[in-house]
Design a protein around this ligand. Structure first.
Ligand code: HEM
Length: 502
């Protein structure tokens, strides 16, 4: 059975390449391209860690280069100003912000009814607004939700105190807690059991597995294989089962108990918006499937990114005790010990804000975000980017560009502070060289939420504990070159000590 299966897959891939090759593909002045192999192009080059290979090519070919895999061409953009121009300039933006057809968009998100995998167009803009509206529940000044987060943080502090100053792996506690927060945000309810965080993580993990290049190319070439017993069908079934569990828990439950005028969480906010947007025939552009698609985005977009950002910050900080000390002084001077940190404190705490920016720059853990699709031939910086090319934002190279960042591999929050210790303003050249959350029509909808969570988690941990290196475990390097290269870079397992502040 296995041999037949592999035979069919190989045959279909060859047919697909032949079909694509046989189409006329007049290539114009493409950006420089590393030499590849016949048929497969640069496939083998990208087998390992794509972000590291892209960085190598950036050094060889400069700020824009192209590559080819199975005759699909891609263009990588490796400098901050060029990323901004390509995605936001009014003459280019209408053509550079679409996405490709994907299994995740078609099957997991009800035929592109979400933001992340969704195609461009009018609905994409409306859905982004809807998601922002739902997320504003979490934004600055929403005190009820902030109180809920503080309750969750108290639980985290209690769990860490139970470690009794002994070594522990913070991933278990942080990932569970961020899962809980997403659950709370979706439903407005406090966590009922440990199962809820697990349910959310399961969906995120399954989507991540389905993003493996081999699975993606097979589904693109021969989607019918999802009906044949074997690994492809298993992957499809697992991701859809995990999705349906989350939808049943968060969408169906909210819909059944929804009371107009009460907004318990993100899902209620979307149901309310759906009602507000109904036309005279009682039909709303925001369908139930859109609401479900946005729930999938919340889980997949929000979980791994934020959990890893917090874990990276902790790992880097315990390896930089002087930064940790400055941070502790700022937290204790501004907030003290008698109350929990609140988002309002942030404006008086430039150092922690600089630490957050530098953590995200230094690690560039969303190193190569989901590709954009170029919808027509465009001229850019003297090159042609052909229609249907993938556009990849090489954020790893953008954030370690030695022309912009002095000593790019040094963790140095001070680079974002002026001589008086104030945070550089957003229009400063260095701030403009950060593309941490993308730019323009596809920029991250969860940016405010991610930054607020990073702030609250770090400030609360530092307020309550002296964080430090482990006593009985190896010290793990914080160098991002060693992070695992799933879609979002993850630091290796590490241990820390957390001694309660006296
Ligand atoms: C530290 C945390 C995060 C980082 C560094 C990050 C970074 C990014 C980046 C670089 C993009 C791609 C932009 C592009 O394609 O041009 C993106 C898109 C996106 N992010 Fe985030 N993100 C984070 C947290 C979140 C959170 C918490 C959520 C959910 C609430 C979220 C939801 C999304 C969605 C839905 C998109 C797709 C936007 C679109 O295609 O229009 N992200 N993010």
């Amino acid at each position: 059975m296995d041999t037949v299966f592999i035979y069919i897959v190989v045959l279909l891939i060859v047919l697909f390449i032949w079909k694509k090759n046989s189409k006329s593909s007049k290539q114009k002045r493409l950006p420089p391209c590393p030499p590849g192999k016949p048929l497969i192009g640069n496939l083998l080059d990208l087998k390992g860690s794509p972000h590291l290979k892209f960085d190598e090519w950036t050094k060889l070919y400069g700020p824009i280069f192209s590559w080819n895999v199975f005759n699909t061409s891609g263009v990588a953009v490796n400098r901050a100003d060029l990323v901004r121009k390509l995605l936001t300039h009014e003459s280019l933006a209408p053509y550079t912000n679409d996405r490709f057809s994907t299994f995740q968009g078609e099957y997991v998100a009800w035929n592109y009814k979400d933001v992340l995998f969704g195609r461009g167009g009018e609905n994409h803009g409306r859905l982004r607004k809807a998601m922002h509206k739902g997320l504003r529940l979490y934004g600055d000044g929403v005190s009820t939700f902030e109180n809920t987060v503080q309750l969750e943080l108290k639980r985290v502090v209690k769990l860490i105190k139970e470690k009794d100053s002994k070594d522990f792996d913070p991933r278990l506690i942080i990932s569970d807690s961020i899962g809980n927060l997403i659950s709370i945000l979706l439903s407005g309810n406090q966590i009922e059991s440990a199962e809820e965080s697990k349910r959310i993580w399961k969906l995120s993990d399954q989507i991540l597995l389905s993003l493996r290049p081999v699975f993606m190319s097979i589904m693109e070439t021969a989607p019918c294989l999802r009906h044949i017993p074997g690994p492809i069908r298993n992957t499809v079934q697992n991701v859809l089962a995990a999705r349906d569990e989350v939808i049943s828990k968060y969408y169906k439950a909210a819909r059944e108990t929804y009371e107009p005028g009460k907004t318990r969480g993100f899902v209620d906010a979307l149901i309310k918006l759906q009602e507000e947007e109904m036309d005279e025939n009682g039909i709303s552009w925001l369908t139930d499937e859109h609401i479900k698609g946005l729930i999938v985005d919340m889980v997949f977009g929000g979980l791994m990114t934020t959990t890893n950002a917090i874990l990276i910050a902790i790992l880097v900080l315990i390896n930089h005790p002087a930064c940790l000390e400055k941070l502790k002084n700022e937290v204790l001077d501004t907030i003290g010990l008698d109350r929990l940190p609140s988002l309002k404190d942030r404006e008086n705490m430039p150092y922690i804000q600089a630490v957050i920016l530098e953590t995200l720059r230094y690690s560039a853990h969303v190193s190569v975000p989901p590709p954009h699709r170029c919808t027509t031939d465009i001229e850019f910086e003297g090159y042609t980017i052909p229609q249907d090319s993938l556009i990849l934002l090489n954020l790893w190279s953008v954030h370690h560009d030695p022309e912009v960042w002095s000593d790019p591999w040094k963790f140095q929050p001070e680079r974002f502070l002026d001589n008086n210790g104030n945070l550089l303003p957003p229009e400063h050249n260095l701030r403009q060289s950060l593309i941490l959350f993308g730019v323009g029509r596809r920029s991250c909808v969860g940016e405010t939420m991610a930054r607020s969570r990073m702030f609250l988690y770090l400030a609360t941990l530092i307020q309550h504990f002296d964080l430090g290196l482990p006593k009985d475990h190896d010290i793990i390097s914080h160098d991002p070159h060693g992070y695992s290269d799933t879609v979002i870079l993850q630091p290796p397992q590490y241990f820390i000590t957390a001694v309660p502040q006296s």
